[in-house]
Design a protein around this ligand. Structure first.
Ligand SMILES: [Zn+2]
Length: 304
């Protein structure tokens, strides 16, 4: 998971703005039955982008906007997903799992910050589905203003009204995942301590250590290591001298670091290694000489 900051909470797509009256009506009357998939996915449009695999086909507008904002990736596991579910971070009708609750967050049904693109695995029964564990007290009534209207500001994911629930699931538009998650060099994610176990709960509920994800992360790590070893083999066998090795390393490492941008699939791997490069080298190249270690560390681009 990565923190995505490009979705503007204050400017939802026009179709969601148009439905504010309806959202408020659903909130006041607890009219869960009339929550419409059509509205939170938006009307259908034709995809004009020729780079898109679905170019020329019809697509739900809000889903399309979400997957563009999240670079055609699942908001939780970062795998490529061109037909994501429009997922409600806070479930709209009921909460399942250990903290079962028949009161869902119906008043957030068309809230822009509550909608995320998720792959089927992350959003399945084995994954998040309708779970929403918290460490605080559940907000079970819609936030209203003194004039009896739905308080739309308090519907935003980062608003203290909802944050005071102490959600135990990372929100990719609110939380910086590196404050909660750690990458193991075998491709697994592990949790950092603290925050009521938010990292661990997120790994478990989003099922972030399922086989295909571990394998994808491990492949990135192993390929990276292989490239480094190959360059050092050339150096050890005297095909290249120290200066040339260092120039090659700089190019190779800068290329790796450049993939830390959020548009890369599984970019958390690139980002985490780049942020923790010295640890990565210490753990993965224990047989390197002091000189080799130094050359490798010094060749990594300075991250600003
Ligand atoms: Zn996913």
């Amino acid at each position: 998971m990565r923190l995505i900051t490009t979705k503007d909470a204050n400017t939802p797509p026009p179709s969601l703005v148009n439905e504010k009256v309806e959202q408020e009506r659903i909130a006041i009357h607890q009219d869960l039955g009339s929550i419409s998939e059509k509205i939170y996915k938006g009307e259908k449009i034709t995809i004009n982008d020729i780079r898109d695999p679905y170019h020329g086909e019809e697509e739900y507008k809000i889903r399309y906007k979400l997957r563009r904002l999240f670079h055609n990736k699942c908001a939780y596991c970062e795998r490529i997903e061109y037909k994501p579910d429009v997922e409600h971070y806070r479930p709209k009708k009921k909460v399942t799992g250990n903290q079962r609750n028949n009161h869902g967050y119906f008043w957030l049904c068309y809230e822009w910050t509550n909608l995320l693109p998720a792959c089927r695995d992350c959003n399945s029964g084995n994954g998040k589905w309708n779970k929403f564990p918290i460490a605080g007290n559940r907000a079970i009534t819609p936030p209203m203003t003194t004039t009896g209207n739905l308080d739309f500001d308090k519907c935003k994911a980062n608003n203290p009204y909802l944050q005071s629930e102490l959600p135990l699931l990372l929100h990719p538009e609110v939380d910086e995942p590196t404050n909660f998650l750690k990458l193991e060099w075998n491709g697994k994610l592990s949790a950092l301590n603290g925050n009521n176990g938010k990292g661990q709960t997120s790994i478990e509920i989003y099922d972030l250590n399922r086989g295909n994800l571990i394998k994808a992360r491990k492949e990135i790590i192993d390929n990276f290591k292989e490239g480094i070893l190959l360059l050092f083999t050339g150096f050890r066998q005297s095909y290249i001298d120290e200066n040339i090795l260092q120039e090659f390393l700089k190019i190779y490492l800068a290329n790796f670091e450049s993939k830390s941008i959020t548009s890369t699939p599984h970019s958390f791997v690139f980002f985490f290694i780049s942020q923790n490069f010295q640890d990565f080298v210490t753990d993965n190249f224990p047989n390197f000489s002091n000189l080799e270690f130094q050359l490798l560390i010094e060749s990594f681009p300075t991250i600003t």
